[in-house]
Design a binder for this molecule. Sequence first.
Ligand code: DGL
Length: 254
Amino acid sequence: MQNTFIGIFDSGIGGLTVYQDIKQKLPNEQVVYLADTINCPYGTKTIEEVKNITLKNINYLKNLGAKVIVIACNTATSSIIDEIKKSDGYLLGVVEPTANLAKKVSKTKQIGLFATNLTVESKVYDHYLKDVDLYAEKCSDFVLPIEKGQLHTKQMKEMIKKHLAALPNIDTLILGCTHFPYIKDEIEQFILKSVTIVESGKPTAEKLSQYLVKQNLLNNFSDGDIFLTTGKISDLEKNINKFKFKKIKQVEIN
Ligand code: DGL
């Protein structure tokens, strides 16, 4: 197992924000990243639909030989929480590490959550954040503009202001969707400096590292990462060109 790769997937480019932190923490690991853009967005689908898609993606990466699978998507994670718990670490979701970090950094225990409609409806963050006041906003309207690279538009600013206005006084804001770090700088323009923004990347990379050490699965050499997508490569080029993937390929997952 030692020399196989880490599988990562998301509905699109969101998981690259997690990928980035994983590469920083574990530079000697090889990654196969799957962007399931044909099914993007996940957050406005039903939980059954997302669960079905998520299990297919997991099977696909498992059959390729992944030694561990990171579900770099809060929505997909929310749809299979029980399967993740039963997997003994083989499946690593982003919600638990993100929620734990938020709990650690929040002093007032007044925490805001920006996540997709489905993540909010699933109440998965409430499950991991029992002793805090959690104020959740359904923000699926951010996802497609982010996926299309429309980050700094007037519409984006209006949407951010609307969602922030719905929150009371918080000291921590969880970006509970891996697409949202792309608009972190925009969000920061409208929140108090005292509010800490918590993202999924770093705490997930930390938990992954602990798992690989414990299971004795660390690699000491990576010969390059692979990027797979179920959608059109041309739609993603702008976002993936800044990474050094050795291979970029379109795949079909049934
Ligand atoms: N990046 C995803 C998440 O973390 C999902 C976005 C979507 O496809 O709705 O929830």
